[in-house]
Write a protein that binds this ligand. Structure first.
Ligand SMILES: [Zn+2]
Length: 273
């Protein structure tokens, strides 16, 4: 009437570490045979650094409701008002929770392993949907942050970006020094197109890739997720590292059910031998 418990032991904790090792070996073999490996990272990577996701059961939007979808047009209508509201008015609970988490977040072992894989030449670039700047902090160099970086300001006219470091401005920044254009957080707002320069650069990485590592991404948020399907259609081998099954799983040569913090250091260890 019920399945014997022994038939479902593949997901048991005792067998999962050897499963991780053998799958990491499989992934390492694919990477060794590949010419250009691109990592695509999503919210799962940030969650492991304590940053709450927007979507899913524990997501900020699930807890606090969806934010308004017209953030960018509201900002452009009245940028000074936007900055003043941000400073003075009662701020949404989900924004406060996110700001707090972002201020305290540090890269985890998965971020550092990716940077080390890049350094040793096993990984050529990372395209990330995350805004936390942790990839850069961990030392990744060829990095395309398609939703922007929370620690930067960007001119919406010429695309010039300025790093803020730990400093977060409270009032509207001055116009762009290069073109007098309107300056905002680099983070892409609702209703704001992904900046052309970073989207073009991300697409160029995907076009060069013969292997894509999709890490901690549910592969549901466009246009980032579209890049994965473009890569697959162009013949790249897709590998997934994610604790749960995703829309991408059926396309993957290997799907490793693991956190990035566990899987990527294991992969680095194999590729460093
Ligand atoms: Zn400018």
């Amino acid at each position: 009437m019920t399945n014997s418990p022994t038939t479902s032991s593949a997901s048991g904790s005792s067998s999962s570490s050897s499963g991780l090792e053998s799958q990491a070996e499989e992934i390492a073999d694919i990477i060794r045979e590949s010419e250009y490996v691109v990592g695509m990272t999503g919210a799962g990577m940030s969650v492991e650094s304590g940053i709450p996701p927007f979507r899913g059961a524990d997501g900020l939007w699930t807890k606090y409701g969806n934010p308004p979808m017209d953030g960018y047009s509201k900002f452009k209508e009245d940028p000074t008002g936007w900055w003043n509201r941000r400073t003075n008015e009662k701020i949404d609970a989900h924004i406060l929770e996110l700001r707090d988490a972002l201020a305290n977040a540090k890269p985890h072992a998965g971020h550092y392993a990716l940077a080390a894989l890049e350094e040793q030449g096993s990984l050529q670039s990372v395209v990330t949907q995350n805004i936390d700047g942790l990839d850069e902090k961990a030392g990744l160099k060829n990095l395309k942050e398609i939703h922007g970086n929370r620690q930067k300001l960007r001119c919406i006219e010429c695309g010039d970006r300025v790093s803020l470091g730990e400093f977060v401005p409270l009032f509207a920044p001055d116009p762009c020094e290069k073109c007098e254009g309107l300056v905002k957080f680099d983070t892409v707002m609702f209703g704001e197109p992904i900046p052309d320069d970073v989207m073009t650069a991300a697409r160029a990485e995907i076009d060069k890739a013969d292997c894509v590592l999709a890490i901690g991404t549910s592969a549901t948020v466009r246009p980032a997720s579209g890049l994965l399907w473009i890569a697959e259609a162009a013949g790249a081998t897709i590998i997934e590292i994610n604790p749960t099954e995703t829309k991408l799983t059926s396309l993957c040569a290997v799907s490793l059910r693991s956190s990035a913090g566990e899987a990527l250091p294991a992969l680095l260890k194999i590729l460093s031998e």
